[in-house]
Ligand binder design. Structure first.
Ligand code: IMP
Ligand code: MG
Length: 176
């Protein structure tokens, strides 16, 4: 099956929104150090752009979980593929995600991180598909709410491709 990509959010719009999110986070964490946790691989592009726009001290760590196979549907199975390098105890932790879809991955992840004793724990996502929510997740910072479409770009993939697109696009599948 072949596919093509229709632009949903152009690069300038995404960049402007990330700038505003960086300013908001800088205000909210004034006088503190924010410890950003990037959920690989999808969150990596957003993390870099966001971190550059945060003006309070920032530290970073990465983790990798898998919840999807090769397709576009969540399997509801969350596996830690790579854990954090450092302890988050007593840190002001901000989890940086590409997208909240069913919410299964994040609700599992947030519960697990909360059990490790951070001083605070918040969630920042570039995209949110509220129509798809199966499990409740409190999102503290949202870039864009988007319709129930499968999207790629800015870190998001379809079968590991398209992560490098500098915009968010909708995947349209062509007839065979
Ligand atoms: P959830 O557990 O259903 O909320 O799914 C979370 C993960 O599924 C995200 O971090 C993405 O990796 C992936 N995902 C969900 N929706 C999309 C999409 O539209 N495009 C690409 N990946 C997606
Ligand atoms: Mg993700």
């Amino acid at each position: 099956m072949s596919e093509h990509i229709n632009v949903l959010l152009p690069e300038e719009e995404v960049d402007a929104r990330i700038q505003a999110m960086g300013e908001q986070i800088s205000r909210d964490y004034a006088g503190k150090q924010v410890h950003l946790i990037c959920v690989l691989k999808g969150g990596s592009f957003f993390l870099c752009e966001l971190a550059k726009r945060i003006t309070v001290p920032v530290s970073l760590d990465f983790m990798s979980v898998s919840s999807y196979g090769g397709g576009t549907e969540s399997k509801g199975v969350v596996k830690i593929v790579k854990d954090l390098d450092e302890s988050i105890r007593d840190k002001d932790v901000l989890v940086v995600e590409d997208i909240v879809d069913s919410g299964r991955t994040l609700s599992y992840l947030l519960e697990m991180l909360r059990s490790r004793g951070p001083k605070s724990l918040r969630l920042c996502t570039l995209l949110d598909k509220p129509e798809r929510r199966v499990v409740d997740v409190d999102v503290d910072y949202t870039g864009f709410q988007i319709p129930d479409k499968f999207v790629v770009g800015y870190g998001l993939d379809y079968d590991q491709r398209y992560r490098n697109l500098p915009y968010i696009g909708i995947v349209e599948f062509d007839e065979a």
